[in-house]
Design a protein around this ligand. Structure first.
Ligand SMILES: Cc1cc2nc3c(=O)[nH]c(=O)nc-3n(C[C@H](O)[C@H](O)[C@H](O)COP(=O)(O)OP(=O)(O)OC[C@H]3O[C@@H](n4cnc5c(N)ncnc54)[C@H](O)[C@@H]3O)c2cc1C
Length: 231
């Protein structure tokens, strides 16, 4: 017989892990279905607000951020504060940490399982995966940008553009004027996208992303050269 849950959550990123933590803590029988296996890589610069950290003070922080630069077509707008306003985390570690906290609260986790479709009936929600069918009173779709939940329930026909990105991690010693407490977000370096420069522990995370079809490698090279990010 198919096991029935109060809530099945599709996707175990911060949204899914956060929801499962709260629901399990409130006593619900929760299952998180995640297609990857933790710890899993995640393309993300990892800058999160300080308020998120206050929820889990024990988590390992790579950098404490006290300011940012917003670049726009050669101009720079600088915002500095004296206190920590954000932190940098490693998403691979952070997401693993969050889901393990949810498990400690009693949430069940099924890894390496891909949700294919969701079937809604008047009495039950059926989550169809490559490893079988799971039933629940409620389903939460936390499966990110290319959400199967969205396609299955909300807008069946909608397809979304792919976002392409280049991200590299460079040892911080390679930089002359390295600022451990400052992030840079650069709008206008590429159409429908942005570039970034975020400190991350012993490294600097540099990247560029766009929703357009672009020669991203050459734009990335020009971007890093213009900013003199490399010595
Ligand atoms: C280049 C880049 C840089 C970014 N930098 C930052 C930043 O510095 N700070 C910040 O706050 N945000 C940043 N973001 C955004 C951030 O990554 C997302 O907002 C965040 O990951 C969304 O969390 P989520 O839990 O909703 O989804 P996700 O983190 O995308 O998690 C979705 C999960 O669902 C799983 N999944 C997907 N489909 C299925 C399926 N069919 N079955 C089972 N599991 C499935 C995936 O494996 C994944 O684990 C960045 C994004 C990009 C692209």
């Amino acid at each position: 017989m198919t096991e029935r849950y109060d809530v099945v959550i599709i996707g175990g990123g911060p949204a899914g892990a956060g929801a499962s933590y709260e629901l399990a803590d409130a006593g619900a029988k929760v299952l998180v279905i995640e297609k990857a296996k933790y710890p899993r890589p995640k393309l993300c610069a990892g800058c999160i607000s300080k308020r998120s950290v206050d929820l889990f003070p024990a988590f390992s922080i790579k950098n404490s951020i006290k300011g940012g630069i917003l670049g726009f077509k050669g101009q720079e707008f600088v915002e500095k504060v004296s206190d920590e306003c954000a932190v940098i985390v490693d998403r691979e570690e952070f997401d693993h940490f969050l889901i393990s906290k949810a498990q400690e609260k009693g949430a069940h986790l099924l890894e390496e399982t891909t949700v294919k479709e969701i079937e809604l009936t008047p009495t039950v929600r059926k989550v169809i995966t490559d490893k079988g069918v799971f039933e629940a009173d409620y389903v939460i779709g936390a499966d990110g940008y290319h959400s199967v939940t969205r396609k299955s329930i909300a807008c069946k026909s909608a397809s979304r553009k792919f976002f392409i990105a280049i991200e590299v991690k460079v040892p911080k010693d390679m930089f002359k004027d390295f600022k451990e407490d400052e992030v840079l977000i650069d709008i206008g370096v590429v159409k429908k996208g942005y570039g970034w420069y975020f400190p991350q522990g012993e490294f600097v995370n540099i990247g560029i992303a766009t929703a357009e079809k672009e020669d991203l490698l050459n734009i990335f090279k020009a971007y890093t050269k213009n900013h003199k990010l490399f010595p």
